[in-house]
Design a binder for this molecule. Sequence first.
Ligand code: GAL
Length: 637
Amino acid sequence: MPDTRKRELGVCYYPEHWPEDGWIDDARRMAEAGLSWVRIGEFAWSRLEPQPGQLDFAWLDRAIETLGQAGLKVILGTPTATPPRWMLTKHPDMLAVDENGHPRGFGSRRHYCFSHDGYLEDCRCIVTLLAERYGSNPHVVAWQTDNEYGCHDTAISYSDAARRGFQDWCAQTYQSPDALNRAWGNVFWSMEYTDFSEIELPNLTVTQPNPSHVLAFRRYSSDQVVRFNRAQAEILRRHSQAPLIHNYMCRVLSFDHFDVAADLDIASWDSYPLGYLLDRLDASEDDQERYLRQGHPDAQAFHHDLYRSVGQGRLWVMEQQPGPVNWAGWNLAPLDGMPRLWAWEAFAHGAEAVCYFRWRQAPFAQEQMHAGLLRPDGKDAPAIGEAAEVARELVEMPDAGTAKAQVALVFDYPSSWAWDALPQGADFTYFGLVFDTYKALRRAGLSVDILPSDVGTLEGYKLVFVPGLLALSNPLEKALKTFSGTAVLGPRTNSKTEDFTIPTPMPPNLPSLDCTVARVESLPPFSTVPLENGGEFIRWFEDLEGSADVSKKTDDGRPAMMSSGKMHYLAGWPDEKAFDALVTDFCKSEGIATLVLPEGLRVRDTDTHRFMFNYAPEPVTFDGVTLEPAAVHWQPI
Ligand code: GAL
C-alpha cells in the first residue's frame, strides 16, 4: 500500500531562554517559515519546579498557548534529562558512576543513574503532573520522553544502586548462583559465587573481567533504560492519546533501542552529519576531507533506515543540524544546500517530520557556539531560508512515501555489547562491520531495510545480510530455513551463546550449511588476507572447514566463503572492493538491479519516486541529470 503520510518540518525551541514578550513573534516567524512542529520543555525542570514541590506551570501554559495560537503543533518533552540541583540534595547518590568509580557531577546534563529508584520516583511525579495538565491540551500533539538516552555515555553506571539492581537481575535471570557459575564458566580463575550478593559490577577488576559478566551487565543496563522509559510511557498513555517519541542518536549502542521503542509510537533521532563525520564514524581521512561540509553520504541514511525499523515504520528526525555545531573537534558550516538535502533525504527514507535544532542560537552557556535557524540577535541565519524552501516544496510533494526494499540487513544491539566485551581485534566493532556492509549496498544504489535480530520472516526480500550476529535467535533461524532468497552470514555470526561462551556444535552451526569455523585470527591494519579475484579481508579472518561448497577463495586457496544453495557464510571482513564484488554478484543472481553511481551520489527509491542526493563536493551526472554539490533531484519511478 502506498505510504501517504504527511511530511512536515519543525524546530526545537526553548521559551524559558527568552523574554516572554518575544514568544509571539517567534511563533509567528516559525509559522511563516512553514514550520508545523515545535518541540519544547525537555530541559526545563528547574523552571517548572524551582524547589521541591513548588510548581510553576503558568509560563509553560502561556508558551504552549502562544505557539498553538500561531498554528504550531507542540511536542512536549519530559524534563528528566536535567534534574535540578535540589534533586541532588534530595538524592545525593543518584549520580551515575563512571568505570573508575567516580560519580559524574552536576553542572551539565544527564547526571542520573538509571538504576536509582528514588530518582525514578521523582521522574514519575513530574511526568504525572505534566501528563495531567497537558494530556488533553489540543496544542500538545506529541510527547518526547527524556532526551537522548545514553548520550554522554550515560546508559552504563557503576553505582551502588546499579550493583544491587544487577544482583537482583542475575538472581531473576539465573535463579541460582550455580546456574550462573555454569553459564558464565566461573570455574575459570576460581570466579565462582555462592550468593548473588557477592557479585560486583565488572569494573575495577585487576585484568579483563569475564566477558559473560560484562555482557550480562550490558543487558542489565539496557533493561534499566527500558524500565525508565516505560515508567514515563505508562503515565503519559494514561492521560494522552498523542504519540510518544524518543530522540535517539548516531551510533549510540549502549541500550537496545528496539526494546525501548516497544513502549513508544515513533522513533526519532538527532542528526548532526558534520559533527558525526569527524567524531563518531571512524571515517577515513580522505572521506573526512571530501565530505567535511556534507557529512558522510551513508551515515544519515543508515540511521534513518535503522530507526525506521526501530519505530516499526514510524520515523522522525527530532533534531536536524542547521549550521556549525559546538561539540565536535572542529565545527564547520555546511555547504549551502545541505540543510535542505538532509531534510529531503530523511523524507525519502520515510521520516514524517524533520525538526531543526534549534530556533535561535543561545548567547549563553555550553551551546552558545551552536548555530540555530536564527542568530543570537534574532536575525535569520542561513538555514532558515533552506527550511522555508523545503516547506514550500513539501506543499507540492507532501507524501514522499517509503517502499519495502529488496535487500535487508539485520541489526542487533547485544552483538555490539558482545564484541565490545571481547573484540579480539583492536579495531573490530560490530557497528563498523554492519556499516561497511550497508555502505557497500548503498554504493550499488540499493535501498535497504534494516531488520531486528528476532525478525520472524524474511518474506519479500531477495537478499539478506547478517554480519557479526552474536547468536541467531529462534525466529531468525526459522525464517532463514524457509527463506527463498540469498542469505549472507558471517563473519562471526552465531559464534557465541547468549551467555557468551563458544557453543558446540562449533559455529556457525547453520541449518543446511556444513561449515565450521576451525580457527579465527584478527588482523592488524598492515596485514590483510588477499582474495582470489581481487579485494581482501581486513581485520578478521576465519579458517573454515566442512563439506559445503567453497564459493570464494583467498589468494592462497583457502575458503573465503562457503555456500550451500543460497545460504552463504563469509570467512572475513571484506574491504570495499571485495564487498562491491560480492554485492554485485549476489544482486545479479537474484535479479536485483544495481547502479554504478558517481562517487558521493546516493539514490533512494520510494513507492513513487527515485531520489538522488549529491554528497560530492563537485557536480555529478547520473542518468542524464547533473546535480550540483548538495543538490537533490527526484523523479517519478
Ligand atoms: C543533541 C541534544 C541537544 C543539543 C544538540 C546540540 O545531542 O539533544 O540538546 O545538545 O545535541 O548539537
